[in-house]
Design a protein around this ligand. Sequence first.
Ligand code: UDP
Length: 194
Amino acid sequence: MKKEQYLGVSVSPLTYDQIIEDMKQRIKAGEQSTVIAVNPEKVMAARRDPLVKELINNSTYQIADGVGMIIASKLKKGELKERVTGVDMMKRILEMAASENLGVFFYGAKEETVKKAKENLEASIPNLHVAGYENGYVQDQEVLLEKIRQSGAQVIFVALGSPRQELWIRENMPKLPEVKVFQGVGGSFDVYSG
Ligand code: UDP
């Protein structure tokens, strides 16, 4: 898959539609995908911390979430044309999940925030099936993993802040083989709960 490099950090020069199309193919092939948002702050964090760099570069889709990335691409005559934000990418993935009949799981944020985000999104996206949710302050990870497995969800959004959510995804992806799409969404549940 095509990538652009920013100080050693990979970014996908793809539109929302192109990512969704590619993701659908990967789901059909039984492959797991991860989505991570990249902005100039994360590029700088990756310079300081090799683990952050590795987490970004090992993701399937690194979306250009920040106008700084578009400006940087223009300067090097790259192909990033418009921002692909984490919060909008989440919505597009939810719409894809609704039309493909895939259950989704929300993990992270405060209890009332994640619950309200679920309710608002279910009200605005026809046929969306939120199979389950859990707040980001639960302690027992085995109970959480079992809850995700039992839900039958094939898409999960993780809102624990960075890089904690990316570390969680890397650690738990092999333990959740039925989940095909993982997106770290930072403050997106907070946005959708409003
Ligand atoms: N969060 C959580 N558990 C934690 C720490 C944070 O669920 O142990 C949640 C927090 O409630 C917020 C979300 O992670 O809803 C994103 O946090 P933040 O805005 O700091 O992340 P960023 O988008 O800046 O990476």
